[in-house]
Design a protein around this ligand. Sequence first.
Ligand SMILES: C[S@@+](CC[C@H](N)C(=O)[O-])C[C@H]1O[C@@H](n2cnc3c(N)ncnc32)[C@H](O)[C@@H]1O
Length: 227
Amino acid sequence: MFARIANRYDLLNHLLSGNTDKRWRRLVARRLRGAIEAEGARALDVACGTGDLSLELARTAAGARIIGTDFCRPMLEIAARKASSAGVSSIPFVEGDALSLPFADESFDAVSIAFGLRNLSSVEGGLRELRRVLKPRGRAAILEFSSPVVPGFRALFGFYFTRVLPRIGGLLSGSRAAYEYLPDSVSRFPDQRRLAELMTETGFEEVEYQNLTGGIAALHLGTRRAP
Ligand SMILES: C[S@@+](CC[C@H](N)C(=O)[O-])C[C@H]1O[C@@H](n2cnc3c(N)ncnc32)[C@H](O)[C@@H]1O
């Protein structure tokens, strides 16, 4: 499914969100800056797709070593082309499954996953992998669709998300199924409170979250508990 929509993925993201997605990713990079600003710090962007967050991390922490990983080769090819045309040649984009990451334990100072966790067959399994590759006290950032917090706005957004977006997404990407899958997968995903609990249960501490654009999305942050 991701391979089918890869070519139109960026266009649709920016169009369907009115460019809000860019602001959200910039915030993730800013919130991780403290963990990766030291020269040589390492960050892994999991389910990196076309690499927007990986690039944002590289811009935010110029001395850090950023790696992007995803299991969808067409997405990674676009990411590599974008990085090269942005003049950022230092990001390796590595094929890998978020549920079995091809990296050693305790390798990274920070990990991020944007709009990826919801797609995994096990949210807890994904969280455990993020934790495994983080150094003790390393920081994790999870950007994901969530549950709008204001009732009237929630109903309005629900209509847009389930009725309007699949039509536009389907027309422009050629895959209506992918844009019907989007609201379906969000409806099955834990809301912001439950995701924070799951992070704590899988070995993170100092867990906090920030609702974005009324809770359409949420940014969760946590620190790997020291052993
Ligand atoms: C909605 S896109 C998000 C891409 C990017 N992080 C962004 O912010 O635009 C979801 C990505 O998750 C990837 N993905 C889904 N399941 C995965 C898995 N098990 N392992 C690695 N990547 C996965 C897909 O290939 C796709 O690129």
